[in-house]
Design a protein around this ligand. Structure first.
Ligand code: NAD
Length: 303
């Protein structure tokens, strides 16, 4: 029977998928030395982010057919080395789409209704009703930058809030836009017309600093900017400057240029809501990731 190493803690539903078709070795505390020594015994390995599949480990993996990352980022896997050795690398980017979209909606509501800051105020023993006048989302324009898996899920949810949606994504077709009931625009138009702007593009040389001083300056007075994608897509120094000057403008961030966020002046502002890169962190997303990759492992190890 093929042998699969589960090298990081994954949801048990993923392990269940493999039961009966592989000998499963659960060793979520395996050390790098132990991994290097024993990897040649395995046909498949499932990791999350802790286990590092380095070139050295991969070179020792004589029987390995597949490396599965039960999640999205594969920064802990030397994908080139795996490819050179004919080992398939799989991940589950679709597992977190709804979870991240829900987090974006959470940040949106937290800012439109000033929930986070009102919560802090009540907990400080105050009752400042008039300070927390909000903005309804109904009939407001949501600008979505990047209409992929996550962007589309945000659109679905925004439509339920009766928002109008405009999209900037040079890589989607008019047909897809029509299907989703959204209008494709330029980045300039989106920045100037969105009441809420949400970013769902990958960080690439093209998207680094996509939202900087010129874009931030053009945003509507009361606009909300959200980033649940990657730090660096918004220029953080520019964002701080603009938010400090314009207290009615708001931002909700889950990701930062440097993580963990340390010594950032953003934490001193009332018009931001910050979360520690948790947009993808739900039990459901982790369960789905484990199931998706376990199915792929099962298929590959059984030929
Ligand atoms: P996806 O690949 O399905 O969608 C990305 C979209 O961005 C595509 O439609 C693409 O055409 C578009 N795009 C690419 N370059 C662009 C550009 N220069 N301008 C405008 N649009 C552009 O990806 P996804 O699954 O929706 O994820 C989006 C991003 O969210 C990921 O790249 C990742 O960085 C981030 N993410 C963050 C978390 C988190 O924990 N905060 C979790 C998952 C994903």
């Amino acid at each position: 029977m093929p042998k699969v190493l589960v090298a990081d803690k994954i949801n048990e539903k993923g392990v269940e998928v493999l039961e009966g078709s592989a000998e499963i070795v659960n060793n979520p505390k395996i050390t790098p030395e132990e991994l290097l020594k024993t990897i040649d015994q395995y046909d498949g390995i499932i990791v999350r982010s802790r286990t590092k599949m380095t070139k050295e480990v991969i070179e020792n993996a004589k029987n390995l057919k597949i490396i599965a990352r039960a999640g999205v980022g594969v920064d802990n896997i030397d994908v080139q080395a795996a490819t050179d050795h004919g080992i398939l690398v799989v991940n589950a980017p679709q597992s977190t789409s709804i979870t991240v979209a829900e987090h974006a909606m959470g940040l949106m509501l937290s800012l439109s209704r000033k929930i986070a800051i009102a919560d802090a105020s009540v907990k400080a023993g105050k009752w400042e009703k008039s300070k927390f006048m909000g903005m309804e989302l109904r009939n407001k324009t949501l600008g979505v930058i990047g209409m992929g898996r996550i962007g589309s899920q945000v659109v679905k949810r925004a439509k339920a809030f009766e928002m109008d949606v405009i999209v900037y994504d040079p890589y989607i077709t008019e047909d897809v836009a029509k299907e989703l009931g959204v209008e494709i625009t330029t980045l300039d138009y989106l920045v100037e017309n969105a009441d809420v702007m949400t970013i769902h593009v990958p960080l690439t040389p093209e998207t680094k600093g996509l939202i900087s001083k010129p874009e931030l300056t053009k945003m509507k007075d009361h606009a909300i900017l959200l980033n649940c994608a990657r730090g660096g897509i918004i220029n953080e120094a520019d964002l701080y400057e603009v938010l400090k000057e314009r207290p009615e403008l708001k931002a909700g961030l889950d990701v930062y240029e440097n993580e963990p966020l340390e010594n950032s002046p953003l934490v001193t502002l009332d018009n931001v809501v910050l979360t520690p890169h948790i947009a993808a962190s739900t039990k459901e997303a982790q369960r789905d990731a484990a199931i998706i990759v376990a199915k792929e492992v099962k298929e590959v190890i059984n030929g």
